[in-house]
Design a protein around this ligand. Structure first.
Ligand SMILES: O=C(O)C1=C[C@@H](OP(=O)(O)O)[C@@H](O)[C@H](O)C1
Ligand SMILES: C=C(OP(=O)(O)O)C(=O)O
Length: 434
């Protein structure tokens, strides 16, 4: 499906972005690991998180969708009692990397995993390696890809230093640690999103953080009660970027996650000169919070200057880096992103697709091995941008179109439904004269 996004007038008004995708995946998985019912509000209704609901149903959980949007009751399968199943993860890397952590420690069970063409290109050895060290039996395709099979085995705790700053690997090892004998320790050299740690702490697990070491011990039963999923800062970031770039804009995003590990994009944009006002969480090293903070952010358009994004900032803004490249096109001077080689193994190779996509619209942008360098040249001309089946690319093209001189035709706009099916109508609501 192709869609055209013409240069627009100012964005005005307020909206709540859809439920956070990372937290929704976790609400479904951890809900399914509980014995008592878990009521979820704000759940993301999108392709990726429907895949997770189907996965937990296949593993024996009962999921009842309430009358209000995003409201669910999950009646779990229990921590050790998942039914054997084939799990179709669709396009969802998070589901593919987290679910094996729950299942690998359930002896006697067998779970097969597969997904779409994009998922078959994304590595799973990153979770299979630590799980095997814990005693798991996992058969992968070509040693590192889906389709793959998890055979449940008794596990033992390990100390694992993450080779890449990835919340998915961290979460998988911690989830496996719940069923493993002894202590499981994950060492992360750079902080990444911490929703798993927060949920585990809330569920009564003895989990601690000491500097970059996160430790937990085997656990019998998770108890979660109610979970509210706030709006997704990664989805909100598209509207925030549009409001920063289109002159005269002023928007408010309500009920957005203020979690420090998720708001790196706002901090980068502010450093570039953007005005984004909100009560964002401050870093809190050494402790694991139980709750997920929520905020309202108020965004106005304004001039930008280039910046350098350092490797330690990358995990805190990983899915928003395509938008940093877009802001860079409108900024004075150079915008450089370093230490972001992980972008190459997302839904598309996001270094290649962002660089080719924006260059086709008139950007001065060069790919590097681990990021890109953009030289601002007064904005973008416009043209055609191919989404390559990647939801973030499709939405990037839309925002680029509004801020461009001649408009942008996005090829494959339907990809947005992976994380944000209502994206076009939400954007349109901000473009109505108020
Ligand atoms: O844990 C998560 O929910 C996610 C972690 C990130 O991936 P990595 O852990 O591979 O960096 C991110 O890109 C993805 O959209 C969601
Ligand atoms: C990389 C992403 O998600 P996942 O890894 O879950 O497919 C994303 O949403 O940008």
């Amino acid at each position: 499906m192709n869609r055209r996004f013409d240069p627009s007038g100012p964005l005005r008004g307020s909206l709540r972005a859809p439920g956070d995708k990372s937290m929704s995946h976790r609400a479904a998985l951890f809900g399914a690991m509980c014995d008592e019912p878990v009521r979820v509000t704000g759940y993301l209704e999108a392709a990726d998180t429907y895949s997770t609901l189907n996965a937990v149903r296949a593993c024996g959980a009962l999921v009842e969708e309430g009358a209000d949007r995003g409201t669910l009751t999950i009646r779990g399968a229990g921590l050790r009692a998942a039914a054997e199943a084939h799990i179709d993860v669709g396009n969802a890397g998070t589901l593919m990397r987290l679910a094996p952590g729950w299942l690998a420690g359930q002896p006697g069970g067998e779970w097969s995993f597969d997904g779409d063409a994009s998922i078959r290109r994304r590595p799973v050895d990153r979770v299979a390696i630590p799980l095997r060290q814990m005693g798991a039996w996992i058969e992968t395709t070509d040693d590192r890809f889906a389709p793959f099979t998890v055979h449940g085995m008794p596990l033992r705790g390990i100390e694992y230093e993450l080779p890449v700053a990835s919340a998915q690997i961290k979460s998988c090892v911690l989830m496996a640690g719940l069923l493993a004998s002894g202590t499981t320790t994950v060492i992360e050299s750079e902080p990444s999103r911490d929703h798993t740690e927060r949920l585990l702490a809330r569920a009564g697990v003895r989990i601690t953080r000491d500097g970059d070491r996160i430790e937990l011990t085997q656990h019998d039963e998770l108890e979660l009660g109610d979970i509210h999923v706030p709006g997704d800062p990664s989805s909100a970031a598209f509207h925030i970027a549009a409001a920063i770039l289109v002159k005269g804009s002023r928007i408010v995003i309500t009920d957005m996650s203020a979690n420090w590990t998720r708001t790196g994009f706002v901090r980068i944009a502010e450093r570039m000169g953007a005005v984004v006002i909100g009560d964002l969480e401050k870093p809190n090293p050494g402790t694991i919070a139980r709750d997920e903070p929520v905020c309202e952010v108020d965004v106005a358009s304004g001039p930008l200057k280039g910046t350098t994004v350092e490797p330690h900032e990358v995990p805190l803004a990983i899915d928003e880096l395509p938008l940093v490249a877009l802001l860079g096109c409108f900024a004075e001077g150079e915008t450089v992103v370093t230490g972001a080689q992980e972008l190459r193994v997302k839904e598309s190779d996001r270094i290649a697709t962002v660089v080719d996509g924006l260059r086709g619209l008139g950007a001065h942008i060069e790919a590097t091995e681990d990021g890109f360098v953009v030289t601002g040249n007064g904005g973008l001309r416009g043209g055609t941008l191919e989404a390559h089946g990647d939801h973030r690319l499709a939405m990037l093209g839309a925002v680029a179109g509004l801020a461009s001189r001649d408009g942008v035709e996005v090829v494959g706009m339907d990809a947005a439904a992976v994380s944000y099916p209502g994206f076009e109508s939400d954007l349109a609501s901000l473009l109505k004269p108020t």
